[in-house]
Design a protein around this ligand. Structure first.
Ligand code: C2E
Ligand code: CA
Ligand code: CA
Ligand code: CA
Length: 274
């Protein structure tokens, strides 16, 4: 039994070494990607539910890691947050997104995700100011998406930072709404410009009366607070129909457009196409 036990510890330690090694390699590759332009951005369209008009685009970070292929952000963002690279990555995303958006033929909004780590640093305020100045993008065209969980850390500091950014004319959306522990309290503490309803609610909105009731309640909440609600993860015509009936403001999801590059020729009248 003793030998068996030792052997198990041995395997365990081996696994730990392997995990630590993989993590260390990823950290190294993240910094290399930053230095060598290894990241790129995808854009996902956001549309008005009532009219179908484009209202803006959310920026989603992409990484084609040499030797590994496309790594989903859910795998590398947590590592970047742990090792601190998220600050530099976040600045890169903000800069590239604003430069891009400033060159668009249409003045759509650009929504950029901000990590909780960035929200704990006052430098974020100066970063946003500099990026707007450098890109020439009108502040009203920039929206920062923050999750509830990212505000929970040092709440007062995060809200202080958000207030200064909002004062520049940048809007702030609360992302993944209803997945945290304190949705309503978060709403009470800060004048958000938009609520992004988490996509987990969309998957059941047609089949599950409970989910539908929750969606309806959040839309009513948004209306009474005069805060527009954007539904995430809209994949079917039926879901969009429910949202329209219930008075949802905006929608985003595979049905309306997958994340990718923007084909401006598509946006022009057919007669104007090359
Ligand atoms: P998120 O902010 O909630 O972004 C929406 C995610 O849902 C994206 O995943 C998008 O591809 C996916 N999605 C959009 N429509 C649909 C749909 O109809 N169905 C389904 N099943 N999924 C849909 P992605 O690109 O893998 O990003 C995952 C998360 O990584 C994001 O969630 C965000 O939290 C984080 N992330 C992405 N880019 C950045 C970034 O630049 N900075 C930071 N800090 N986080 C980022
Ligand atoms: Ca988001
Ligand atoms: Ca989200
Ligand atoms: Ca999410």
């Amino acid at each position: 039994a003793k030998i068996e036990f030792d052997r198990r510890i041995c395997y365990y330690e081996h696994d730990m070494d392997e995990q630590a090694r993989q993590r260390r390699d990823m950290v190294r590759d993240l910094w290399t990607a930053l230095e060598q332009n290894g990241f790129y951005l995808a854009y996902q369209v956001q549309k008005s539910v009532a009219t179908g008009d484009i209202t803006g685009y959310e920026v989603l970070l992409r990484w084609n890691r040499p030797g590994h292929g496309e790594v989903p952000p859910s795998e590398f963002i947590p590592v970047a947050e742990e090792c601190g690279a998220i600050n530099a990555i976040g600045i890169w995303v903000l800069k590239m997104a604003c430069l891009e958006a400033a060159s668009w033929p249409e003045p759509y909004k650009i929504a950029v995700n901000v990590s909780g780590i960035q929200l704990s640093q006052v430098e974020l305020v100066e970063t946003v100011r500099n990026v707007l100045f450098m890109s020439g993008l009108a502040p009203a065209r920039l929206e920062l998406e923050v999750t509830e969980t990212s505000i929970i850390g040092d709440k007062q500091r995060a809200l202080h930072i958000l207030r200064q950014i909002k004062a520049m004319g940048v809007s702030i959306a609360i992302d993944d709404f209803c997945t945290g522990y304190s949705s309503l309290d978060t709403l009470r503490s800060f004048p958000f410009d938009k609520i992004k309803l988490d996509r987990s609610f969309m998957s059941e909105v047609e089949s599950n009366e409970q989910s539908k009731a929750i969606v309806r309640a959040i839309l009513a909440l948004g209306r009474s607070l005069s805060v527009p609600v954007l539904a995430e993860g809209v994949e079917t015509r039926e879901q969009l129909d429910v949202l329209r009936k219930e008075g949802c403001t905006e929608a985003q999801g595979f049905l309306l457009g997958r994340p990718g590059s923007i084909d401006w020729a598509d946006r022009l009248e057919p007669g104007l196409r090359a």
